[in-house]
Design a protein around this ligand. Sequence first.
Ligand SMILES: CC(C)(COP(=O)(O)OP(=O)(O)OC[C@H]1O[C@@H](n2cnc3c(N)ncnc32)[C@H](O)[C@@H]1OP(=O)(O)O)[C@@H](O)C(=O)NCCC(=O)NCCS
Length: 191
Amino acid sequence: MTMRGRARAAPSIMLPIETPRLILRDFRKNDLEAVHAYASLDEVSRYLIWGPNSLAQSKEAIEGFLDDQRARPRVIFDLAITLKPKRALIGGVGLRFIDQFNRTGEIGYTLHPEFWGYGLAVEAARALLDAGFNELGLRRIIAVCDQRNKASARVMERLGMRREGAFRSSKLIQNGWRDEYLYAILADEFR
Ligand SMILES: CC(C)(COP(=O)(O)OP(=O)(O)OC[C@H]1O[C@@H](n2cnc3c(N)ncnc32)[C@H](O)[C@@H]1OP(=O)(O)O)[C@@H](O)C(=O)NCCC(=O)NCCS
């Protein structure tokens, strides 16, 4: 068989992703309760552009994740963070193409507060950066956070991301306009 005429498969991420403490997998319809447990909390959404979610909003979010999973090529990978050994769902980590031509992606992460402070966000995000660079072929991955979100900025720094910019009054969140930091890491630096 010749290669002519055969469409080249778009790059994708092999799931689930396993790390020492975590398994990252696609969200499922029956994750609603576990997702809502953190997505409905003020302390989680304080610096985010979404939330605190109503139950209907959490349901809508999961339906969106399922739509993204079916898209071909798939360009959005929002994954459930589950904790070994019982695989309890404790948060989410996401990677999306924001500029396919320039092979640039954006990463984000959220954990239930019960699981803050154990290095789990770094562990999950590092695994997804690895997949983004080595499986999706990205060459640049960015992340953006509210300048007051010290925990998020620290996660980015622990990942080896560099602060490239500080934007003033750049996004409207629940309680007003916020200033943001832009962080980024390149494939070569990650390796
Ligand atoms: C951001 C978030 C995911 C961090 O999760 P986490 O698992 O607690 O982070 P880690 O345990 O991996 O800690 C990473 C670093 O941040 C530091 N950190 C955590 N909370 C902090 C805080 N409130 N202030 C300053 N530093 C903090 C930790 O000490 C650690 O740094 P160190 O290794 O130098 O000690 C979590 O706080 C969260 O879910 N927040 C709500 C959602 C959110 O804001 N997401 C980011 C969107 S941009």
